[in-house]
Design a protein around this ligand. Structure first.
Ligand SMILES: Nc1ncnc2c1ncn2[C@@H]1O[C@H](COP(=O)(O)OP(=O)(O)OP(=O)(O)O)[C@@H](O)[C@H]1O
Length: 323
């Protein structure tokens, strides 16, 4: 069942700027879905519509089958929201803040349990909110989002400001929540986070989704890369006929959609010639590369960049050698 649905969603601020320009995706029950994108791509603007904070200016959003804006009273108790910046009364302690929140929430968890799940225990329970570190505040934000035992959790950049250990602990917690059946929509700037956590993801640019699917699907549309140093005395024209390499000085880079075949051909060629390929490095496209391609297309095309998932660059700076 689709727990979260966005169909052709638009969001216009005032009479002018359209920050979300027809976004469609759905999140199934018990799935973790990540929204990625450059700064200002429209992630928060989209998630806020699903949280019921504003109505869309076009299209349709549904959460648990209901309109989160007009049906807010029924949807809100079943969802947990971690905003990018939670505003808490700064004089209250961690436990007092969580108690206050639990008091406003139906079917709340034990305060101690919620704080325990994010690691805010012992000494930290008695610390005033204003004295918390940035990472501890993010944990408190998350604990409050969990207090109502939500079926759907919206996490806007949940690990920004956390150290490496805190980030891993949060990932473990989000995975544990999924195992309990919680549906999670998160935004993040950490590609590793999306790769680690998300069952599916979408990359936004200038208010539109420009790539979507599993991390493997998004990256498989990108070419793999092989790099090596051309052996002394061997010019690029001697490379095998079907290998297209960009050569800059002695550094060669090949982009290929058929990594195994191209690599085999290159290695057989090197063996036949009796030369070593120093610095040889072959790798499949990463989510980071896919993302950077998309971000670059944004800069190249301006804020209203063309649709499509980025440009294909086989030989940009160097000399292209092909047969
Ligand atoms: N209330 C508002 N009025 C006018 N423009 C707004 C408003 N809120 C956001 N915007 C603009 O909408 C665009 C999308 O913003 P949004 O916060 O959704 O992006 P984002 O993808 O979440 O970015 P980030 O990664 O930086 O958090 C930005 O250009 C932003 O300046």
């Amino acid at each position: 069942m689709d727990v979260i649905e966005a169909a052709g969603v638009k969001r216009r601020y005032g009479a002018g700027f359209e920050a979300v320009r027809g976004v469609s995706f759905s999140v199934r029950e018990g799935e973790i879905f990540a929204l990625l994108g450059t700064n200002g791509a429209g992630k928060t603007s989209t998630v806020e519509l699903l949280e019921g904070l504003a109505p869309p200016s076009g299209g349709r959003v549904r959460v648990l089958g209901m309109d989160p804006y007009t049906d807010r009273e029924r949807v809100r108790p079943r969802t947990g929201v971690m905003l990018q910046e939670g505003g808490f009364p700064s004089e209250l302690t961690v436990t007092e803040t969580a108690r206050m929140w639990a008091g406003c929430t139906s079917g709340a968890r034990q305060v101690g349990e919620a704080l325990g799940r994010v690691g805010l225990t012992g000494r930290r329970e008695k610390v005033r909110v204003k004295q918390l570190s940035g990472g501890e505040r993010r944990r408190l934000d998350l604990a409050l989002a969990l207090i109502g035992q939500p079926e759907v959790l919206f996490l806007d950049e949940p690990t920004t400001g956390l150290d490496a250990e805190g980030r891993r602990e949060t990932w473990d917690l989000v995975r544990a929540l999924r195992a309990e059946g919680t549906t999670v929509l998160l935004t993040t700037h950490y590609l590793e986070e999306a790769e680690e956590l998300a069952d599916r993801l979408a990359i936004m640019r200038s208010g539109r989704i420009v790539a979507a699917g599993t991390a493997a699907e998004v990256t498989s549309a990108r070419p793999s890369r092989i790099r090596f140093t051309l052996p002394e005395g061997v010019g690029p024209e001697r490379l095998p006929l079907s290998v297209r390499a960009a050569v800059d000085g002695r550094k060669a880079e090949i982009r290929t959609e058929r990594l195994q075949e191209t690599l085999t051909e290159l290695l057989l060629w090197a063996r036949e010639l009796g030369v070593g390929l120093h610095g040889l490095d072959a790798r499949s496209a990463s989510l980071e590369e896919a993302f950077l391609d998309i971000a670059r297309a944004d800069t190249e095309n301006g804020a209203d960049g063309a649709d499509g998932a980025g440009t294909d660059r086989t030989a940009h700076d160097g000399v292209e050698v092909s047969a």
